[in-house]
Design a protein around this ligand. Structure first.
Ligand code: FMN
Length: 362
């Protein structure tokens, strides 16, 4: 059976379908539990959460499901202090000049403290271990050897994200159990950590078989997979599971803003671009007024996480006033294939479609 793979056996799940971690409140406990209860693996995107809030959310998920789920963290960035004050001032000035936003948001931008609220990674990871989370995944780097040892001692399976063959082999060398291969189509931030340029934007069709040939650990395919056709294709390319993000944004259980859900399901014909406009880190997004206007700053946008902090007042205002023209509409290139859904029904549809396609292919 197609659903019996290295990953389903190792993680104790019925179907090789992982709902991607989506930091920022999209992957709610309800969404995670619905996916896990349907036989997949729901994932909590905990990168922006405090240790305490991660612990509470894990407990909330456990109230809703007995099935395995994953928790995902961001590997801390090392270049945080390399900040160009001129670029910051010029960005503040630009953001404050936006006609659409009210005076109080302009004032908030002016008075922003760039001492961002950064959560202590070791505290976050301690919660993962103390709570004996069923699966741990990470992105934006390599987990230090000591942390890998700690997780292994506690029998917590580790999944790391790679965007190139070189990153996948580094992760395998570091000792992770599974590599999540993120194709160039993927929605949200690029997980690239060795370098980022055009050569790190490899399509999933080319990347999955190359990684599968080069590593011995199981491969999860991620990026642009929206339905049973994508799942069947990924398995044919050598993946042992898929990780799908954009497809779950319009789920009823997702915490995405209603306007964001709407923008994703109606994105046919809209531009989907890579931008650093919102966070300072390259991310795939549906282009809106704000992203288009930021093209003039290409190359001089402050790096992550500074830009993320600078745009926070703008994004909060956009969410509060349902202004999708200023929201961060993270989405992959497959977003026009998305459908409004209720997660359990969607999972059932994905399973049925994959079975039918693989049957029809003989
Ligand atoms: C809104 C959004 C938020 C995301 N947040 C995270 C995250 O917190 N951690 C992570 O490892 N990946 C994150 N990703 C990337 C996903 O893991 C995955 O690579 C991507 O969703 C796959 O492409 P798709 O969106 O076309 O399915 C995010 C993706 C989206 C769309």
């Amino acid at each position: 059976m197609w659903n019996d793979t290295l990953i389903t056996r190792r993680l104790g799940i019925r179907y090789p379908i992982i709902q991607a971690p989506m930091a920022g409140g999209i992957a709610t406990p309800k969404l995670i539990a619905a996916v896990s209860n349907a036989g997949g693996l729901g994932s909590l995107g905990a990168g922006y959460m405090s240790a305490q809030s991660i612990r509470e959310t894990i407990r909330e998920i456990r109230q809703l499901t007995k099935a395995p789920f994953a928790v995902n963290l961001f590997i801390p960035q090392t270049n945080d202090h390399a900040v160009d004050m001129t670029a910051i001032d010029s960005m503040k000035q630009y953001l404050r000049s936006l006609q659409e936003i009210p005076q109080e948001v302009r004032d908030e931008i002016l008075n922003l403290s760039l001492k961002e609220t950064k959560f202590d990674f070791s505290e976050q990871l301690s919660v993962i271990i103390e709570e004996q989370v069923p699966v741990f995944s990470f992105t934006f780097g390599i987990l230090p050897a000591q942390d890998i040892d700690d997780l292994k001692q506690h029998n917590i399976p580790i999944m790391g994200t790679a965007t190139t063959v070189a990153e996948a082999t580094e992760l395998e060398r570091a000792g992770v159990d599974t590599v999540i291969v993120q194709g160039a189509e993927a929605g949200g931030h690029r997980g690239s950590f060795l370098e980022f340029d055009d050569s790190s934007l490899v399509g999933l069709m080319a990347l999955v078989p190359q990684v599968a040939d080069q590593v011995k650990i199981p491969v999860v395919a991620s990026g642009g997979i929206m339905d049973g056709r994508g799942i069947a294709a990924a398995l044919a390319l050598g993946a042992s599971a898929v990780q799908m993000g954009t497809a779950f944004i319009p789920s009823q259980e997702s915490g995405a803003h209603t306007q964001y859900k709407k923008a994703v399901v109606t994105s046919l014909g809209q531009k989907n671009v890579l931008t650093t406009a919102f966070s300072g880190k390259p991310a795939r997004i549906i282009q809106n007024t704000f992203v288009a206007s930021m093209r003039q700053y290409a190359g001089s946008i402050p790096p992550y996480p500074v830009q993320n902090t600078l745009t926070t007042p703008l994004r909060s205002w956009a969410a509060k006033h349902s202004r999708s023209d200023f929201m961060s509409l993270w989405a992959g290139q497959g977003s026009p294939l998305s459908r409004e859904n209720e997660a359990a029904e969607f999972m059932a549809a994905l399973i049925k479609e994959t079975s039918q396609i693989l049957e029809s292919l003989g």
